[in-house]
Design a protein around this ligand. Structure first.
Ligand SMILES: Nc1ncnc2c1ncn2[C@@H]1O[C@H](COP(=O)(O)OP(=O)(O)OP(=O)(O)O)[C@@H](O)[C@H]1O
Ligand SMILES: [Zn+2]
Length: 399
């Protein structure tokens, strides 16, 4: 500088970040804090993508992205920093490319491994804030315990269907950890993945963006530190509600008074404590059906070709049936069917074939009918409509 005073930031940063630097309470100190900060984002999916976008554009100096997964076509509806050109490649690497394109001054570390109890402390140590942008209970507990051990705030997001949640854990003098609020993991049925429940991209966009916002507030000293949970529900009025949260639980096994269990991460089996490995959504063979109770799509197709007009009940929800279905099939969603199985079968039908998306619910329906009407032949179609698309009709949509 002409008068010998050196700038706190590179000259171009004043221009790049000027719009946020002029905000009251932000200023030059806010920007230099962001630049000196290091943030870890675990999960570069629906929540992680918008979060990374705003952390990078705001000028957080160092960003670590952890994700073991690769980009799939079904991700692009919400995982906004990934591109068609990245399909099949690592999400962490794709995120790194995006950040570099947006803001080349940021130091990015891409970790293409799953976070686990073996690597969590090493991978996340040294960061000022951790963002939980994942989608499963074992990782949520692991991240919470890691944040407690490392004594850093955890900005946690969750989204499903039209709804989302946001909360900062382990922050402030007596902010609770995730275990203080959820001492017991939810049952696996209560926490199904997006592939089963559905998710609107703009909803993850809102929650992920707010995760970035809370992080920026923490890093720049703008956060009031009061524990609260934001609940968002796109179809409700009001769409946003904030619930004040309890403080740290004195008896919490992670952050409580009893000298905090320092070996918690090393001694916890996170997957087992959350109910074990969730059965693969695609897996078939849930129930022990004998060969006579289960047919393959080819057999169903042969019946159609020979004009035997099989009686096929599609047990998917009405909305999914509306997306695509086999001609001639009847839609009776599983809950309605199992409530009164025999009432749905015409008197002249002895053979009943059940189909669903992947071949799991159809087994439950067939079993229910067998239970009340043993005189009927109830059969499920192995692999469901996905098998139909794969083996019989490649034009049949997969969703
Ligand atoms: N232990 C973990 N370590 C690293 N990344 C994780 C871990 N657990 C989950 N993730 C990542 O968190 C992201 C969550 O993203 P999202 O909820 O949008 O789901 P998805 O797995 O990409 O998609 P879908 O559920 O539709 O298959 C995923 O990219 C997933 O790989
Ligand atoms: Zn706690």
């Amino acid at each position: 500088m002409a008068d010998g005073i050196s700038n706190a930031l590179p000259l171009e940063d004043y221009r790049r970040y000027g719009r946020q630097m002029i905000l009251d309470g932000f200023g030059l100190p806010g920007q230099t804090s962001l630049k000196r900060s290091s943030v870890a984002v675990v999960g570069a999916g629906g929540l992680g993508c918008p979060a990374l976008q705003y952390l990078a554009s705001a000028g957080v100096g160092k960003i670590t992205v952890v994700d073991h997964d690769s980009v799939d076509l079904s991700n692009l509806q919400r995982q906004v920093i990934h591109r068609e050109s990245s399909l099949g490649t690592s999400k962490a690497a794709s995120a790194m490319r995006f950040i570099h394109d947006l803001n080349s001054t940021i130091q990015v570390t891409a970790v293409e491994n799953a976070l686990s109890s073996e690597n969590a402390l090493a991978l996340l140590g040294g960061h000022d804030v951790i963002l939980d942008c994942t989608d499963n209970a074992p990782t949520r507990y692991l991240l919470s315990d890691t944040a407690v051990r490392l004594q850093v705030p955890l900005v946690s997001g969750a989204a499903q269907k039209f709804d989302g949640q946001l909360c900062v854990y382990n922050y402030g003098a007596d902010g609770p950890c995730y275990r203080c609020i959820f001492p017991k993991p939810p049952s696996q049925e209560a926490a199904p993945p997006c592939e089963e429940t559905g998710i609107l991209g703009a909803v993850t966009g809102i929650i992920g963006t707010m995760q970035a916002l809370e992080t920026i507030k923490i890093l720049t000293g703008l956060h009031d530190g009061k524990p609260a949970m934001l609940l968002f529900s796109a179809l409700s009025f009001p769409a946003y509600r904030t619930v004040k949260m309890r403080t740290r639980r004195p008896d919490c096994i992670a952050c409580g008074n009893k000298g905090a269990n320092i070996d918690l991460i090393e001694t916890t089996d996170y997957i087992a404590s959350c109910g074990g490995v969730r059965p693969n959504f695609e897996a078939t063979g849930l129930l022990p059906g004998s060969p006579g109770q289960r047919i393959r799509v080819q057999e169903l197709y042969d019946m159609v070709l020979s004009n035997r007009s099989p009686f096929v009940i599609d047990v998917r929800p009405e909305t999914e049936f509306g997306i695509c279905h086999l001609p001639g099939s009847s839609n009776i969603p599983l809950p309605r069917f199992v409530a009164e199985p025999s009432s749905h079968i015409p008197k002249d039908r002895k053979d009943v074939y059940f189909i669903c998306r992947l071949g799991n619910d159809s087994q439950i329906a067939a079993e229910a009918l067998r239970g009340v009407s043993p005189e009927l032949r109830a059969m499920d179609i192995v692999g469901g409509l996905r098998a139909w698309s794969r083996d019989i009709d490649s034009e049949f949509p997969v969703y």
